[in-house]
Design a protein around this ligand. Structure first.
Ligand code: GLU
Length: 475
C-alpha cells in the first residue's frame, strides 16, 4: 500500500485557532494512524494578506499541542523539498506555461476594468453567477506588450465526480465554472493552481480540509486531469459552529477562538487536543477523555460527522478540569504556579512547601489555570465581604462562640490540621451545634469567607496569627 501522506496547509494570514487546529489535528491523526507522514506546508502566495509572526505562532502553538509535523520548512525531507509556496513561484509559472503550450490554458489581457464591465453587463442581463466570457481565447488575442493573467480553459459541460470521505459521491458540472486565473499578471500562482502542484509534488494521498474548500475541489480536479495526475482522496470536514449555530469565529460569544487565548488562561495542551479531536469526529464509545496516543490508535476515517459540530465551552472546560485532575501533584504545581497573579498575591517570601499545600487544595476544583486567583484571597489579605457577613448574621448572636474559638486557638501549640479538626469538634460540643450550623460560622470567623476548601486544612494553612486576627476583626 502507498504510504499515506497528509498535510496541513495554512495561509499565514492569521494565528492558530479552533478551526484550523481541527484541520491540522485530523490530518495528523489520519496520517499517524496509518503510520504515514504529516506535512506542514505554508500557503503564502497572497503576499499582501500575510500577517507578520503568523507562521512562527502557528508552529509554536502546534508544537505546544503536540501536533508535530514529520516534514516542514524547519525539518525538510531533503534540500530539494520546498514547504513554502513563496519559494516555488518559478515552478508554478513553468507549469502554467506548459498548460498554455498544450492548449489547456491561455493568456488573458483583459484589464480589471474590462472584467468588471463584463460582469456588470452579465448581471444586468439577469445572470446570477457571471463568468469570464473567454474573449481573449476566442479572439486569439496576442499582445506581449500588455500584462496578462493566465486562465485555465475549463472543459465544456463535463461532469466531475469525487468521492469525498465525509460527503460520499459529489458531482460538479463544469458549466458552473468560468475559466479561472491560475497565474496572475504579477507572476504569482493562485491558490487553486499552487495547491494542486504542491499536493502532487509532495505525493499527498489525502486532502483533509474544511468544507469551505469543497467549491474549489472541481477546479483542482480539472487541473489534475489536465496534467494527467492522479487525484488525492478528498475529505471535507463539516463546520464548527457556536451556540447560535453560526460558524465559529473570533466574534463567537462564549467561546475563545485562538489557541494562544486558551494557553494564556491555563488550558492544557492535552485537553485542547482531546476536545478538538471530538469536534466533527467521534469514537466508537461513550468515553470522552483520551490521550493523543489513544486517538491515533482508534482513529477511523469512517467516523467523521456529517453534520456541523457545536463548540461547547462548558465541555471544553470540563475536559480541561479532567486533565488537571489527572496530573501528578508535582506537574500540577509546576503548571498552576505560573498562573498566580503576582501583583495580587506576593508569594516571593512564602515557603515553597506552604505554597504547594495551598495550591493542592484546589487541584480538583479548577477548570483552567487562572481560576486559581479566585481562591487565594483567604490566604493573603482578605477583608470580610458583605455577603459572608450577612450569612454570619443569619446564625444569630455568636459572640460567645467567637470568643471561645479565639481562646482555644491561642492555646493550640501545634497548629496542625488534626488539632484543628479536634478543636472544631470541641466547639460543636460546647455550643451544641453540628453540620452547617457549626462549620459555616467557624469558617467565616477564621477565613473571613463563606467559601473555601477543606476547613481544618485551610485554617492550618492560613496560620495561627492571621486566623486570630480574622476572628478579632469581628469584635
Ligand atoms: N491554504 C488553505 C487555507 O488556509 C488550505 C487549503 C487546502 O487545504 O487545500 O484554507
Amino acid at each position: 500500500m502507498k504510504k499515506f501522506r497528509l498535510r496541513y496547509a495554512p495561509s499565514p494570514t492569521g494565528f492558530l485557532h479552533i478551526g484550523n487546529t481541527r484541520t491540522a489535528l485530523m490530518n495528523y491523526l489520519f496520517a499517524k494512524h496509518y503510520n504515514g507522514d504529516f506535512i506542514l506546508r505554508i500557503e503564502d502566495t497572497d503576499l499582501e494578506r500575510n500577517v507578520e509572526g503568523a507562521i512562527e505562532s502557528q508552529f509554536d502553538n502546534m508544537e505546544w499541542l503536540g501536533i508535530n509535523p514529520d516534514e516542514s520548512f524547519k525539518n525538510p525531507k531533503d534540500e530539494e523539498c520546498k514547504y513554502m509556496q513563496s519559494e516555488k513561484f518559478d515552478i508554478y509559472k513553468d507549469y502554467a506555461h506548459t498548460l498554455i503550450e498544450q492548449g489547456k490554458a491561455y493568456k488573458c489581457y483583459c484589464s480589471p476594468e474590462e472584467l468588471e464591465q463584463e460582469r456588470e453587463e452579465q448581471i444586468a442581463r439577469g445572470i446570477i453567477a457571471p463568468q469570464y466570457s473567454r474573449k481573449c481565447y476566442l479572439n486569439k488575442v496576442e499582445d506581449n506588450a500588455k500584462p496578462y493573467n493566465i486562465r485555465f480553459l475549463v472543459p465544456e459541460n463535463k461532469i466531475y465526480k469525487i468521492i469525498d470521505i465525509v460527503r460520499g459521491h459529489v458531482e460538479f458540472n463544469s458549466k458552473e465554472i468560468g475559466d479561472f486565473v491560475i497565474l496572475k499578471s504579477n507572476g504569482i500562482a493562485t491558490y487553486n493552481f499552487a495547491v494542486v502542484i504542491d499536493d502532487f509534488d509532495m505525493k499527498i494521498t489525502h486532502v483533509v480540509r474544511g468544507e469551505e474548500h469543497i467549491s474549489n475541489t472541481p477546479r483542482q480536479c480539472m487541473i489534475y486531469e489536465a496534467f494527467g495526475w492522479e487525484e488525492p482522496t478528498f475529505c471535507h470536514l463539516t463546520l464548527i459552529v457556536d451556540e447560535t449555530k453560526k460558524k465559529l469565529s473570533k466574534r463567537s460569544g462564549n467561546a475563545m477562538f485562538f489557541i494562544s487565548q486558551y494557553r494564556d488562561q491555563g488550558y492544557l495542551p492535552e485537553a485542547i487536543f482531546n476536545y478538538i479531536s471530538l469536534l466533527g469526529w467521534s469514537p466508537n464509545s461513550e468515553q470522552e477523555i483520551f490521550s493523543k496516543e489513544e486517538f491515533v490508535k482508534m482513529f477511523d476515517e469512517t467516523r467523521f460527522s456529517k453534520s456541523p459540530s457545536t463548540f461547547d465551552m462548558i465541555k471544553m472546560k470540563w475536559i480541561n478540569s479532567q486533565w488537571i485532575k489527572k496530573m501528578n501533584d508535582k506537574d500540577y504545581i509546576d503548571f498552576i504556579i505560573n498562573f498566580i497573579d503576582k501583583n495580587r498575591f506576593d508569594i516571593s517570601n512564602k515557603e515553597s512547601s506552604w505554597i504547594e499545600s495551598v495550591l493542592i487544595l484546589f487541584k480538583k476544583e479548577l477548570e483552567f489555570g487562572i481560576q486559581i486567583n479566585d481562591h487565594l484571597d483567604i490566604f493573603f489579605n482578605k477583608d470580610i465581604d458583605d455577603k459572608s457577613k450577612e450569612v454570619l448574621n443569619d446564625f444569630g448572636n455568636l459572640n460567645e462562640m467567637a470568643k471561645y474559638l479565639k481562646v482555644e486557638i491561642e492555646n493550640i501549640k501545634d497548629f496542625s490540621e488534626i488539632n484543628i479538626k479536634e478543636l472544631i469538634k470541641k466547639v460543636g460540643v460546647e455550643f451544641n451545634k453540628k453540620g452547617r450550623e457549626l462549620f459555616m460560622p467557624v469558617r467565616i470567623y477564621t477565613t473571613l469567607s463563606e467559601h473555601g476548601p477543606e476547613l481544618a486544612k485551610t485554617i492550618s494553612l492560613i496560620g495561627k496569627e492571621k486566623v486570630l486576627a480574622n476572628i478579632s476583626s469581628f469584635q
